[in-house]
Design a protein around this ligand. Structure first.
Ligand SMILES: Nc1nc2c(c(=O)[nH]1)N[C@H]1C(S)=C(S)[C@@H](COP(=O)(O)OP(=O)(O)OC[C@H]3O[C@@H](n4cnc5c(=O)[nH]c(N)nc54)[C@H](O)[C@@H]3O)O[C@H]1N2
Ligand SMILES: Nc1nc2c(c(=O)[nH]1)N[C@H]1C(S)=C(S)[C@@H](COP(=O)(O)OP(=O)(O)OC[C@H]3O[C@@H](n4cnc5c(=O)[nH]c(N)nc54)[C@H](O)[C@@H]3O)O[C@H]1N2
Ligand code: SF4
Ligand SMILES: [Mo]
Length: 734
């Protein structure tokens, strides 16, 4: 293929000699792009491309998807099971049978010695849904620990909790197509162009056609904020104050949708009483947005025919994360913006299958939004799984963040980590490190053997990843999509599903519980217990999913039998009237008093530390750090710092500096930019042993999600730049 100049020295794109393309869904973010991987005639994956007739991405992929096939033979992949008696011993390679026997024996030993719940399991938002379902059956039905949670506590827990509080159930109401119908969009703490590039592209296309106003609430001038009609650089952690004040204006000026409120909600008077304390003059002093802007944004939102709000971690990762979500829902309900095209409150999910874990993993409950607290749900599932009903706990156990505190306190003695790397991703990593050193037994099941957390493991189980496996994932807009096995796991590594099934054999000694080993069969089992539930998938099958390039739930057997085509976009969870999941079908308007409980800058630590992400990297870089085309963009740990602050501190561009918090310190390269205000730095959390050494991570009272984005630090210059560069080099490597 030729590009650019065609006559003189034309640019040549290498021919990858692809002989076959195989279908999958991208395994990075929750946008859920359909992807095809090209194989050459030796069967090697050599290329990735977007699928043109997929509604989500319409042929496009971002920087991560386009190089995803390079994961298959990247460095650091685990290829053999390993064991050691103590975490500080040398690893010994092992075989699957004896490693799984040891794991089973240790789990039972810990449970018999310290109680059933003294062994904890922490999973992820990055497995396939059939794997989640199988792990849930194993954990709830056979192992029987209630301390079973996922890394989604670091990610979507506030959205889940906020949806439940407002609507009586989790489940994002909107879809991407809403961008094409909306008359106003507010984005709260969400940097779409970098974190969900293809959702961003859908949004931008829609906006260019319809010209709706875009309002971005983010303390940084992100790429999204650069395109905004109005950018609100909010004081960190105070979104609830801005929301309350917008509601003050809406109610004060009578801009609410009274018919909708009366027909569909409870709690207006309690809400009105609370927001009466947040007149814009008072609120402006707390949230840093001037009163005229608060008024004009409230009016813009309330007067729009259909208005939409999206949000991501700027809201969820806060001590007011759950309240911030409820605040967004309150605004939507006040203005009748739920269930109509372009009128919605849509959480932009993080990981590729964070939705699948919410639906099927049984982490906080039982499959398909069934609850441990509900006797009928316990009865149904125990009958279906053929287990003793009393074996199920009657309320959910600890959240991931509380599990770590319980390890610290000696209440939990054993841990199985599956596709999550807490030593890199939990706040205050030195505290996490000390907790992990206290464990009697720790299993790490990961596709890479060089993760931070594996340092403290006794057993390492090498797993396949992404399209080395078969199964489905659910994206942000409730679309379930298929991944076909395109490559095989390296060496003796195995698909996670295989590992769970082999473990199940060891606990399922009387063979009472059935564990199918084919993902397509597991999917049909899930479909059968989804009938009549919120996430009804009884009309779907693997084959149908690939054929339609993903289907949004619900899609029922009835719809299939009636020959109704699966919805392509447009499908909304709630209709315009009275379908909420509280017993009376109404949603709740909930008052949100603001309590200022964050760590805030003071004399000793005068700068806000804000942390987050870059487009080219994924979390702790176990994946993107190994792919040259991703890693080369920012291989060095750096921090965004305002040029005026840098000048005041005598810091030059490219100089290494030390960031110090009350927890610990980190050495990073200074990158002056006006993206951040003078009293804030922004530190990407992708680098080894870096950002989370500094974060405090106070927990949200409802969701137990950490406030990763609000900590206080001071900055020190470093005289010995060579030594600093060496230190920073350690943060680059694994
Ligand atoms: N390239 C890439 N994409 C990813 C990921 C990745 O690692 N890399 N991870 C995926 C996952 S799991 C997730 S959860 C998403 C996260 O996606 P995003 O939430 O969009 O990304 P972040 O950079 O974590 O944070 C977003 C913004 O929150 C802002 N913020 C900080 N404090 C506040 C505040 O108090 N109020 C408000 N309103 N905003 C605030 C930050 O300045 C930042 O710009 O990305 C997903 N997509
Ligand atoms: N400071 C700060 N900290 C943060 C955040 C922040 O914004 N700021 N964001 C938080 C958020 S939103 C999130 S989601 C978390 C993410 O944090 P983690 O849960 O630690 O996420 P990853 O680093 O992606 O870890 C996933 C692990 O699973 C492995 N893996 C990938 N695919 C597979 C597979 O198919 N099978 C198996 N067995 N293993 C696999 C990877 O190699 C990796 O080690 O970080 C949180 N931490
Ligand atoms: S936007 Fe997300 S799902 Fe799509 S290619 Fe990029 S990382 Fe993958
Ligand atoms: Mo996340």
């Amino acid at each position: 293929m030729l590009f650019g100049r065609t006559s003189k020295n034309p640019i040549k794109i290498a021919d990858k000699a692809v002989v076959e393309w195989k279908y999958a869904t991208c395994g990075y973010c929750s946008t859920g792009c359909s992807i095809e991987v090209g194989l050459n005639n030796a069967g090697k994956a050599v290329s990735s491309r977007g699928v043109a007739d997929a509604d989500v991405n319409r042929g496009k992929l971002c920087l991560k998807g386009i190089f995803e096939h390079e994961l298959f033979d990247s460095a650091g992949r685990g290829k053999v099971p390993k064991y050691r008696k103590h975490w500080h011993d040398e690893w010994k390679t092992s075989d699957w049978d004896s490693t799984l026997d040891t794991t089973h024996d240790e789990i039972r030993r810990i449970q018999q010695t310290y109680g059933r719940d003294a062994f904890a399991i922490i999973s992820t938002g990055q497995l396939l849904t059939e794997e989640f379902y199988t792990l849930g059956k194993l954990t709830r039905g056979l192992i029987g620990t209630n301390n079973y949670d996922g890394n989604t506590t670091l990610c979507m827990a506030s959205a889940v909790s906020g949806y439940k509080r407002s609507f009586g159930s989790d489940g994002p109401p909107g879809c991407y197509e809403d961008f094409e119908h909306t008359d106003c969009l507010i984005a709260w703490g969400s940097n779409l162009p970098e974190q969900h590039p293809i959702i961003y592209w859908r949004m931008k296309e829609a906006q260019e056609k319809r010209g709706f106003p875009l309002i971005v609430v983010d303390p940084r001038v992100t790429m999204l904020a650069q395109f905004a009609d109005i950018h609100l650089p909010i004081t960190p952690g105070t979104d609830v104050v801005l929301q309350n004040s917008m509601m003050y204006v809406i109610l004060d000026e009578g801009l609410q949708d009274t018919r909708y409120i009366e027909a569909n909600t409870n709690g207006l008077e309690e809400l009105r009483a609370e927001v009466s304390h947040y007149d814009p003059t008072t609120a402006a002093k707390i949230c840093g947005i001037d009163e005229d802007t608060i008024r004009s944004v409230a009016r813009l939102y309330a007067n729009a025919e259909a208005a939409m709000q999206i949000w991501t971690m700027g809201i969820n990762q806060s001590t007011h994360g759950s309240d911030g979500v409820v605040g967004i829902n309150n605004l939507s309900l006040l203005c009748g913006n739920i269930g109509k095209p372009g009128g919605t409150s849509l959480s932009i999910t993080g990981q590729c299958n964070a939705m699948g874990t919410r639906e099927w993993s049984s982490c906080s409950g039982l499959p398909n939004y069934r609850q441990l607290e509900n006797a009928q749900d316990r009865k149904d599932i125990s009958e279906f799984w053929n287990i003793d009903e009393d074996f199920l706990p009657q309320k959910r156990g600890m959240f991931q963040t509380d599990i770590y505190h319980a390890i610290e306190a000696g209440l939990i003695k054993g841990l199985w980590l599956i596709a999550t790397n807490p030593l890199s991703s939990l706040p205050n990593s030195e505290r996490v490190r000390r907790a992990m050193q206290k464990l009697e037994f720790c299993v790490v099941q990961d596709c890479y053997e060089d993760t931070e957390s594996a340092q403290y493991a006794n057993v390492f189980l090498p797993a396949g990843t992404w399209a080395e496996k078969e199964g489905v994932m659910t994206n942000t807009e409730r679309r379930i999509n298929l991944i076909n096995p395109i490559a095989t796991p390296p060496g003796d590594a195995k698909a996670d599903l295989w590992v769970f099934n082999q473990m199940a054999k060891r606990f399922n000694t009387d063979g009472k519980v059935s564990f199918p080993d084919k993902a397509a069969d597991i999917f049909l089992e899930m479909a059968s217990i989804s009938k009549g539930r919120l996430a009804d998938i009884s009309g779907m099958s693997h084959a149908l999913l690939e054929q339609h390039r993903g289907i949004q739930w619900p899609y029922t057997e009835q719809q299939l039998n009636d020959k109704q085509p699966p919805p392509q976009g447009g499908k909304r969870l709630y209709t315009e009237d009275g379908t909420f999941r509280y017993a009376d079908g109404r949603a709740k308007l909930i008052p949100l008093p603001f309590i200022d409980n964050n760590e805030v800058p003071d004399e000793k630590f005068p700068i806000w530390l804000n942390t987050g992400r870059l487009i080219e990297h994924w979390h702790g870089r176990t994946k993107t750090g190994k792919i040259g085309n991703n890693n080369k963009y920012s291989p060095i740990p750096f921090v965004e710092i305002n040029p005026d602050l840098a000048a005041e501190l005598g810091i030059q561009r490219g100089e290494y500096i030390r960031l110090v918090s009350r927890r610990s310190d980190a050495v990073v390269m200074a990158t002056p930019t006006h993206r951040v205000p003078k009293n804030m730095v922004f530190l990407p959390f992708h680098f080894h042993d870096c950002a989370n050494r500094l974060t405090l991570g106070l927990l949200d009272p409802h969701s137990r999600q950490p406030a990763f984005k609000q900590s206080a630090i001071r900055i020190e210059s470093l005289a010995d730049q060579k030594a600093a560069a060496r230190l920073s080099m350690e943060m680059r490597s694994f």
